[in-house]
Design a protein. Structure first.
Length: 219
């Protein structure tokens, strides 16, 4: 497989398996990659011919068993390298994606198994995404976005989208993964959600709130 094919397989995993969906429309893949529908359809045909995806017209695309196996390896490689780059080489969480993208395509299973052991068998990357174990098992992934919360909800930030501008913005606010907050106000007119952490308040706009995923406190 070439790198572009592997990227499609990985994106399909993120859009289906991690979101508990059976299929994803090709238009969503086009939006994800910023490609035309024609470009995406051509790639899907190639992957279908290799028996890596199932495609049902007007319904969408899903991974076959072989496609899923490849996706798990790619996801595992990418997230392990992100952990290594941040924990061992001191990269900021906003600067590891591109390097991990390159490393994931040249990592065999032996390297990944050794890396997994060396890092202490991490369950999540620094963005909160689950890392598949050696046998492909993964911990649950948070799919509850901050934007769905209501006033008075208390929560822990457990996952963020791996987008450079978003991560830089969170750094300027000194907001980190696993920080705890309370929703103290929601302003539909200004489209902001006001959060409180100890005595510090943050106004987060709806767009950013849709990219932050939380674990709601039960107490």
């Amino acid at each position: 497989m070439n790198r572009a094919e592997e990227d499609y397989i990985k994106a399909l995993y993120e859009l289906t398996v991690e979101r508990d969906r059976k299929m994803v429309k090709t238009s969503e893949l086009a939006y994800q990659f910023g490609f035309t529908d024609q470009t995406v359809n051509e790639m899907i045909r190639k992957l279908k011919n290799k028996k890596l995806v199932n495609f049902i017209p007007y319904k969408g695309v899903s991974l076959t068993k072989d496609g899923l196996d490849i996706a798990i390896k790619m996801i595992r490689a990418h997230r392990l390298w992100e952990v290594f780059l941040t924990q061992k080489l001191g990269f900021n969480w906003s600067d590891v994606h591109e390097n991990a993208e390159m490393l994931e395509h040249v990592s065999n299973n032996q390297i990944l198994d050794k890396l997994y052991e060396f890092l202490g068998e991490p369950k999540y990357c620094q963005h909160g995404n689950p890392i598949p174990s050696v046998d492909g098992k993964v911990k649950p992934i948070s799919i509850t976005p901050l934007i769905d919360l209501k006033k008075g909800d208390k929560f822990k930030l457990v996952r963020v989208l791996d987008k450079k501008d978003l991560l830089h913005y969170l750094d300027t606010l000194n907001i980190n993964l696993y920080d705890s907050f309370e929703v103290v106000n929601i302003d539909d007119f200004l489209q902001t959600i006001t959060l409180k952490n100890n005595e510090i308040q943050y106004d987060i706009n709806y767009h950013i709130a849709s990219m932050l995923f939380v674990e709601i406190s039960k107490i």
